[in-house]
Design a protein around this ligand. Structure first.
Ligand code: KIV
Length: 264
């Protein structure tokens, strides 16, 4: 079981697609590790498991707690940890928080949302030895400011800005790029314009890899399904069914039967 490195991911560009998924604990990270090339401890944690309607609100300490757990389960996959909202508001603060996360969680890269406006931060992190994954296009941490999660880069001007963001972040030292919620043609154009791997979510099939939030992909969150999500299982109903069976058996004194009891 060889650990996936940044070199492996870069070598996969234009050759073999990269598979990335989120995880927030050791239990699921262990299940995903054999099949995923990359695992992301995303700040989607705040929504999928925190029950909130936005990613804003997590602290650096909360990300560290979950990332440490994921690291216990993910022995093979390349591990990326999201920097939560507000954790990179200046170069000094970004260096402090990213280096703390990098050291305490053993992750392979931190992911930061932002375009060319944060290129100085990306450069400083990179110069200080921190692997950086940029996150451009739809930026969920701006959802409150922008009034929701909106597909980005639909008009010529904003598409050009996102392409420029990609080029500037690569130049600043980002080793990977996450492209979220953009038209497929733009996903393709960016992927063909940079040398670093692009991982898409709602960015079409031409990016170098794909990422999904696991609770969306496996149908555990069934109240809302964005267009880009494919459900690979009906997790919510499987859990409901199992929970109902357990509750029924306890109430009807069928569980525990003698096989689950200790004897003297
Ligand atoms: O937080 C997250 O899970 C993300 C997704 C876009 C994959 O950043």
């Amino acid at each position: 079981m060889k650990k996936v490195t940044i070199g492996d991911l870069i070598a996969r560009k234009n050759r073999e697609k990269i598979v990335m998924i989120t995880a927030y604990d050791a239990l699921f990270a262990r299940l995903f590790d054999d099949y995923a090339d990359m695992i992301l401890v995303g700040d989607s944690l705040n929504m999928s498991f925190g029950g909130k309607n936005e990613t804003i609100g997590l602290s650096v300490d909360e990300m560290i707690y979950h990332a440490k757990a994921v690291q216990m389960g993910a022995k093979r996959a390349f591990l990326v940890v999201d920097m939560p909202f507000g954790a990179i508001y200046s170069k000094k603060v970004a260096l402090k928080n990213c280096i703390e996360i990098y050291k305490k969680t053993g992750c392979d890269a931190v992911k930061i949302e932002g375009g060319s406006e944060i290129k100085g931060i990306v450069k400083a992190l990179s110069q200080n030895g921190v692997g950086v994954m940029g996150h451009i296009g739809l930026k969920p941490q701006l959802s409150r400011k922008e009034g929701g999660f909106k597909v980005a880069g639909r008009d010529e001007e904003s598409a050009k800005k996102i392409l420029d963001d990609a080029l500037e972040l690569e130049l600043a030292g980002a080793r990977l790029l996450l492209l979220e919620g953009i038209p497929s043609e733009l996903g393709k154009k960016i992927t063909n314009s940079v040398k670093i791997p692009t991982i898409g979510i709602g960015a079409g099939s031409d990016t170098d890899g794909q990422v999904l939030v696991w609770s969306d992909a496996f149908g555990f969150y069934d109240e809302f399904k964005p267009k880009f999500v494919k459900r690979y299982m009906d997790g919510a109903n499987l859990i409901r069914e199992a929970m109902k069976n357990y509750a029924d058996e306890v109430r009807n004194i069928k569980f525990p039967s003698s096989q689950y009891e200790y004897t003297k």
